[in-house]
Design a protein. Sequence first.
Length: 144
Amino acid sequence: MGSLSRNIIFFLVVLILGLIILLPGINDGKVNFTIRVITYVNVILFITSLICVTQFFWPKEINRTPFHVFNLLFAIIFYSVSLNFLISHKDFYEGYSHLSDMDAIKRFSLRWDVFSFLFWFILFAAVLNVIYILRHRQSYLQYN
């Protein structure tokens, strides 16, 4: 199976899973739908970060600098939006309403559940992305 067909199949699977997860709440206009969207995008970010980590530790001959740049920007934008959402809707989450903004972020990142693991893994992948970009930027710019 060629690379293009694998990418198309992957895109279709992600799209179908997204529709299955998001369709039940599209029209509810509540915070629950936004939380589902953030969760779905967080899983996609985790998958792209996992790909970046494997490319960092097991590189092939193809320079993947653009993908690492994309993943780094994706992580920065996603956590800018999602942490802003957390701070804006602290009263929706149990035990967060009395916390300051920094304490809410600390509690989110240190609660040691699945989403905290995803956060720390994505943060680790972002550091690896920076290292990969700095290591391979010259060769990518030279040959492309």
